[in-house]
Write a protein that binds this ligand. Structure first.
Ligand SMILES: Cc1cc2nc3c(=O)[nH]c(=O)nc-3n(C[C@H](O)[C@H](O)[C@H](O)COP(=O)(O)OP(=O)(O)OC[C@H]3O[C@@H](n4cnc5c(N)ncnc54)[C@H](O)[C@@H]3O)c2cc1C
Length: 314
């Protein structure tokens, strides 16, 4: 296997976790050399265990600009000549990686959950049909393939001893946009579910706005915060900042009570940091039971009614 390039994502001077996850995917491929490339900064925080070199393309300014990132990725690929390029699947990566692949004629896959070799050929698995299936892909006759790793699909690589940082001069175009400011999005009611110690989380097993509201009130009475899977958020029954998962929040409560949540990969990506997971689901084969510490195969209404009685002291 020849070299692998991991393109780092650095936001406001901090390396994002998706980069450490992409490094694990790279190391799993057993490359001769793993190089981490970054746009701007001094290379700090990129010396993961097993990485051989860090290459930094210098830049002025900050913030994401698709055309600058595209040119940076192209310069890094021209320099490292990798067989595989890995990036975390973030909003930023989706803003440049496909364009780089199209222009270079490279192989490309997004939402990658597994990557390996089969008879010397690169093979990647990715979600298909909104995560209901996994598709296995190969990239015949591609000397270079770009893969975006799904958030949470790989463990984060630990930082190792500092490795050499090399600067690379790249011809960058004029930016297509000007970064003005970062504006924090604030939860409308001041609740930050990422800080909650006890979450009562509802999924599509909940059938109405009224039932969602009722469980929200129950959660409050028993000292928990309400959170939800994406279909419940999309239905508008629970505000978006209470959504858990890959496109929602990553939560770390001591107790996560999942009511009527199937346990899709994109949901599980948000609860990897949870302590005790308790799942209630009518389907004994629901994938949530594979990660749950405790489970009950029953109608969630039975559990909420019992909790109502207990919280009323009855
Ligand atoms: C790019 C992308 C990003 C995504 N991001 C997220 C994300 O951040 N968060 C997220 O949650 N999803 C996300 N999804 C969607 C994800 O793939 C699943 O579709 C979603 O998590 C399913 O939510 P659910 O478990 O509530 O619903 P379902 O999968 O429909 O599961 C409902 C469960 O409830 C059970 N049930 C039904 N009735 C009852 C009852 N009366 N009592 C008990 N159990 C009952 C069923 O057996 C079933 O297991 C994303 C998808 C994509 C493609």
């Amino acid at each position: 296997v020849s070299d692998i390039l991991v393109i780092a994502e650095v936001r406001r001077g901090e390396v994002r976790e998706v980069t450490a996850e992409a490094v694990t995917a790279a190391l799993g491929l057993g490359a001769d050399r793993v190089v981490v490339g970054a746009f701007g900064g001094d290379g700090a925080g990129l010396s993961y265990e097993g990485v051989d070199e860090v290459v930094v393309v210098e830049r002025d300014g900050e913030g994401f600009d698709g055309s600058l990132m595209q040119a940076t990725a192209e310069a890094l690929i021209a320099d490292v000549q990798p067989a595989v390029v890995l990036c975390g699947q973030s909003a930023d990566a989706q803003g440049f990686a496909a364009a780089v692949a199209a222009r270079g004629g490279y192989g490309f896959a997004s939402d990658v959950t597994h990557v390996g070799w089969d008879s010397g050929e690169l093979v990647a698995r990715r979600g298909a049909y909104a995560g209901k299936f996994e598709a296995e892909l190969d990239f015949p006759a591609k000397a270079t393939t770009i893969l975006l790793t799904r958030v949470g699909a790989f463990d984060a690589a630990p930082i190792g001893d500092a490795v050499a940082v090399r600067r690379l001069d790249a011809e960058l175009p004029a930016p297509a946009s000007r970064h003005l400011d970062y504006v924090e999005s604030k939860p409308a009611d001041g609740v930050d579910i990422t800080k909650a110690d006890f979450l009562v989380s509802i999924g599509r097993g909940v059938k109405s706005q009224a039932q969602a509201d009722q469980i929200g009130e129950l959660a409050e009475r028993i000292g928990a915060e309400l959170s939800a899977s994406r279909p419940v958020i999309d239905a508008g029954w629970v505000p978006r900042f209470r959504g858990v998962g890959q496109s929602g929040r990553k939560v770390t409560p001591s107790i996560y009570l999942a009511l009527g949540i199937s346990g899709a990969a994109q949901h599980l990506a948000g609860i990897r940091g949870a302590g005790t997971i308790i799942a209630v689901n009518t389907d004994e084969d629901a994938p949530i039971f594979e990660v749950a510490d405790y489970g009950a195969v029953c109608d969630l209404a039975e559990v909420t009614e019992a909790l109502e009685r207990l919280s009323a002291g009855g």
